[in-house]
Design a binder for this molecule. Structure first.
Ligand code: C2G
Length: 133
């Protein structure tokens, strides 16, 4: 079984996330998602709209996703890859080159981001609508 892993916050789940997960799964038979904890989001300088449990609930409803683990720090990827016998590491290409150190232990794939959609943009739309109402 070829195992794939990817990491992210996956807040306000949207088409861009879905396209990433769909394409990541195409690289193997089993997809593990390292879902950023609320605490790690702070370390990433992000605050998510939904907390970890809700983001995990939504992610687990996606057919491409086979397993979800918590991402708690920047340095757990090597351990995760060894522990879960991962063959392929996939990220959107906004991270191009950032994880090349993992090339010695698994295949790396950076996928083009889906244009014109982001959790931040969705938050802004939500805010504008609320401000107007
Ligand atoms: N993504 C995408 N297209 C978008 C938005 C996001 O392909 N329009 C991809 C990102 O490139 C990433 C994944 O979807 O691979 C999850 O995006 P985020 O939740 O924003 O993840 P991020 O905050 O980049 O966290 O250790 C790695 C980090 O946890 C990555």
């Amino acid at each position: 079984m070829k195992k794939v892993i990817t990491y992210g916050t996956f807040d306000l789940l949207h088409y861009g996330h879905l396209e990433l997960l769909r394409r990541a799964k195409e690289h193997g038979d089993y997809l593990v998602v390292g879902l950023s904890s609320d605490e790690f989001n702070k370390a990433k300088g992000k605050t998510s709209y939904f907390d970890y449990e809700k983001r995990k609930e939504m992610l687990s409803a996606i057919t491409y996703v086979d397993e979800i683990i918590s991402e708690n720090d920047w340095n757990q990827k090597e351990k995760d890859i060894e522990l879960h016998n991962i063959n392929v590491f996939v990220m959107g290409n906004d991270w191009q080159g950032e994880f090349d150190n993992l090339a010695s232990i698994c295949e790396l794939v950076y996928l083009p981001r889906t244009p014109n959609i982001s959790s931040t943009a969705i938050k802004d739309i939500h805010k504008n609508v609320n401000d107007r109402s």
